[in-house]
Design a binder for this molecule. Sequence first.
Ligand code: ADP
Length: 563
Amino acid sequence: MKDLDKTKAQLIKELQETRQELISVTALKSAEASKHKQIKNILLESPERLDFFVENSPLAIIEWDSNFVVTKWTGNSEKIFGWSSDETIGISVMDLNMIYETDISIVQNSIDMLTHGINTHVVSINRNYRKDKKIIYCEWHNTALKDQNGNLLYVLSEVLDITDRKRTEEELIKAKEKAEESDRLKTAFIANMSHEIRTPMNGILGFAELLKEPNLSGEEQHEYIKIIEKSGARMLNIINDIIDISKIESGLIKVNINESNINSQIDYIYTFFKPEVERKGMKLIRRSSLPDKEAIIKTDREKLFAILTNLVMNAIKYSEQGSIEFGYEKKYEYLEFYVKDSGIGIKKERLTAIFERFVQEDISDVKARQGAGLGLTITKSYVEMLGGEIWVESEIGVGSTFYFTIPFDKAEDNQLIHWKRSIKNHIGHVANLKILIVEDDEISEYLVNEGVKIFGKEILKATTGDQAIETCRNNSDIDLVLMDIQLPILNGYEATQQIRQFNKDVVIIAQTAYGLFGDREKAIKAGCNDYLSKPIDKSELHSLISKHCKIKDCIERIGLQIL
Ligand code: ADP
């Protein structure tokens, strides 16, 4: 019984102890809670709250002292500049080399204003380097803290990364300048073009009128016709230039890489321009520095030809005496071409501008007005398409030398052998072709006839697509069809497609009036072997006929060379 009493008393004691413990735990918990609440209140009402915002700010927040030593590096600083606070605190901002060289004066200026000026807040925009050396645009809001004597103690910089905004601004400015420039050039172009087109047009109409006069001597008639021809050629040049420029600008001109003997090109240009240069009492000199065997390279033959021709033509146009020399030299993996004249020269400040659209050396220069100011722009675009560069050295009154480079991409030797063999094979064929001219316009038909009669033993005519098909069906021995495309009812492409159904061998050359991009592709797709744009250039017509109809002796007879 005694034991039982003891156990009961013990249990009561233990219970009391447990209760006491429970009371103290609860008290503790409530004490903690109230402490937490207290801290929370302190945070909400104290400067620590500001720390929270500062640390989470999208701005870089940097404090530095009067010696530029960083004392705080917080906010978004690490993300914006790449350095952590450990890498910057205690270091001079200047030692971080974060100021973009050309913007040093902007920064210096705002430091001076903070140190010596009355303003305690200075805003500046400048470029900075990040730790990884990337350049960023920053907007710095600097606030100075000074002592009562006005000495600078600390500066707080709040920095916003405005790189994206700045880039957009720059792009907008560029676009605006480009639009203004285009507008200016367009106005200059219209003024220039109307002059350029009017002048040859006056020549054509004026002298055509004069030709009607009775009692003209044969010599006078011949002279007037020559002027009409020259004016027509000049107008055609202008139109071709405009078409070329618009094709270049809309990215429609493709590079067509083939093999080209540059010595032959140099020789051809030399032969072509020599009479004109000599007529002016000047001398034309050519220089090919590679032996023929090594002068076959892979490039766009037509573009190289156009570049050289344009530069030589300018050299002739802008020189009155002395000599014009052109040629090339091999320099490492490039060929460096040059066209040197002893002409009027170009002012130093215009040496780059002359390669821009519609820009002429000096608008008041009467001689400069002979062109549209497009030739060098086209030339430069072609050089760049071929992977080269163009530049000019010039001295007023002494002359100019235009240089350009193209990659020296040598053609295979066996191509040269093949080339020679194929030319050899063609020698011996005679010009006795049976030719069909398909043309509905009388004058065009007359011109084509004049151009091809040297090759023809028999020339047939058709004025519609249907007639062309019929004539081919009845004359399976026709060698060549010169197919106009603009025909009534059945056009030239459709007629060609039908002829191809029963005659795969006859050579068909299309002639179109537009000379636009895609004509060639359309003609080939329809089944033509090649394509010519109107007005038909006689030498182009001859070289196409010789290319497709294999009559080398004719080429020699008319003094043409295969380029
Ligand atoms: P243009 O049709 O006016 O000749 P270009 O684009 O070929 O146009 O040339 C632009 C300008 O560059 C010319 O108007 C001329 O003033 C100058 N120029 C070009 N080539 C020469 C040169 N060989 N000598 C002197 N000036 C030249």
